[in-house]
Design a protein around this ligand. Sequence first.
Ligand SMILES: [Zn+2]
Length: 243
Amino acid sequence: MFAEAHIAADRRLQEFIGRLKALTSIPSVSTDPAHWPDVERAAAWLTDWMRDIGLQNVQTFTRGDYLPLVYGEYLGAGPNAPTVLIYTHYDVQPAAREDGWETDPFVPEIIDGKLYARGAVDSKIHVTAQLSAIACMMEAGSPPVNLKVLLEGEEESGSEHIFAFVAENPALLKADVTVVTDGSMPDPDQPVLVYGLRGLITGELRVKGPRRDLHSGHYGAPCIIRRRWSPRSLPSCTRQTEK
Ligand SMILES: [Zn+2]
């Protein structure tokens, strides 16, 4: 059935590129309340597509100011087949031409074979590629595994509500393996299997220096040069320079 799915993918390529363009045209910026209706519009667009593909139990989960989690499943492989939970997100960070974009970030354009738009990489390509692959497998026959798809609408704004959602829905999300594709790869020809991800660390680094230019040979030397930089090496440098 995989050969048939590949044939379907080749035949439907333009349709799927059109899907990616349509999804990246929606400015689903979760960090800006003015764009929350767009996040909801993207969620509705995704549920329509998931139903169209033939996924079942397609629904959005939302509560209060909690942006939609989109869910859909295929359980046709039966209770003895493994279940794969696919997670990624459909919201994006803000973007404007003034930030240095050469094209409108929410008007996707293909230049030299690459599609430029906010979210084209992080992470709407993953949403589109995975749903396209599922669509092709459904067209080619019955996928050999059960599939659960969970798409988050507030990953870029801190994933505030997904933890409670996961805790409250163990049966819905029960799976043998979870696939998270919101990662990076160093090169198009070098795929990466990430086995640890998630989490966010923020900090503020304040660097103090002298009020006037100082000769690097005379004043730079007292810094203790460590072979490997660590935040602990900074205070000693700072103290030496302030003297
Ligand atoms: Zn991401």
